[in-house]
Design a protein around this ligand. Structure first.
Ligand code: B1M
Length: 210
């Protein structure tokens, strides 16, 4: 089994205690950090999601897999991001109300920060009022980045973007959205300024919007 396959197996089994050492071993072996992330972790979470869909595993198993992935990402982080200056301005990021998924949002935050932005992370299940208040408290904020992972929270994303679109500060900010069920067409429909499919392209998008 390759070092990356070992990482994937530990994510799938939710082995948070062992994954740090396995990620480090893959790095020491010369594996590309982006490949460890994509093939060892993100693909493994895809397998976890498929098993959940097929009723082979349940929410607790998804939770432990998520915990393992978070621990693994912490080990990878210094190898994926180049340190931040914050020189490109502030980005406020959140997972929308009703949605507890944060792994993708955290990766997007990490890549945006690494691209040179200061990131204010409001967390998960963030109500519209809190996002509006954060922008008011940070009048120099350039971008609001919103993540939604469930088809059932797409309406929440729509409502959040609508509220931001109606806010007095709208002309000062750009809104970018993403998450597994989100598409460019949906982003256009709800009036966001940009959509990206993954964390790497989110950083490129943020730079083009700022
Ligand atoms: Co959830 N869950 N989950 N879950 N979960 C999914 C999303 C699901 C697809 C699984 C499945 O059925 N196959 C399914 C959604 C189905 C749907 O909506 N059609 C699902 C479900 C149903 C649920 C619950 C309803 C289950 C239940 O309770 N019965 C429940 C909902 C809770 C809630 O949010 N209210 C639930 C709960 C959970 C846990 C809490 C147990 C856990 C999350 C823990 C955590 O995040 N801390 C969890 C997990 C782990 C998953 C899966 C397995 C993995 C998600 C993940 O982290 N993926 C997921 C299945 C899957 O994704 N295949 C699943 C890895 C991550 C890197 O990818 O988040 O897509 P992703 O992020 C990507 C891109 O989407 C993009 O870039 C990221 C990096 O490349 N991106 C952006 C994300 N945000 C972006 C923002 C941007 C730009 C790009 O700009 C701002």
């Amino acid at each position: 089994m390759s070092k990356i396959d070992e990482v994937a197996a530990l994510v799938e089994k939710g082995k948070a205690k062992q994954i740090g050492a396995a990620v480090q071993a893959a790095l020491d072996d010369g594996c590309d950090p982006a490949e460890i992330l994509n093939k060892g972790m993100i693909d493994a979470m895809g397998v976890v999601g498929e098993k959940f869909k097929n009723n082979e595993i349940f929410v607790p198993e998804m939770l432990v897999a998520a915990k393992a992935m978070k621990v693994g990402v912490e080990v990878l982080k210094p190898h994926l991001s180049s340190g931040s200056t914050g020189a490109l301005g502030k980005v406020i990021i959140a997972t929308v109300a009703g949605d507890l998924h944060d792994i993708g949002k955290n990766l997007v935050a990490m890549m945006i920060e690494s691209a040179g932005f200061e990131v204010i992370d409001l967390g998960v299940d963030v109500p519209i009022d809190k996002i509006i208040a954060a922008v008011n408290e940070n009048p120099d904020c350039k971008i609001v980045a919103l993540s939604a992972l469930l088809t059932t929270t797409m309406p929440s994303l729509r409502d959040t973007v609508a509220a931001l679109n109606g806010a007095p500060f709208r002309s000062n900010i750009k809104i970018m959205v993403g998450g597994a069920p989100i598409t460019q067409a949906f982003a256009d429909e709800i009036g966001a300024d940009g959509y990206s499919e993954d964390a790497a392209s989110a950083a490129t998008l943020a730079k083009s919007l700022a």
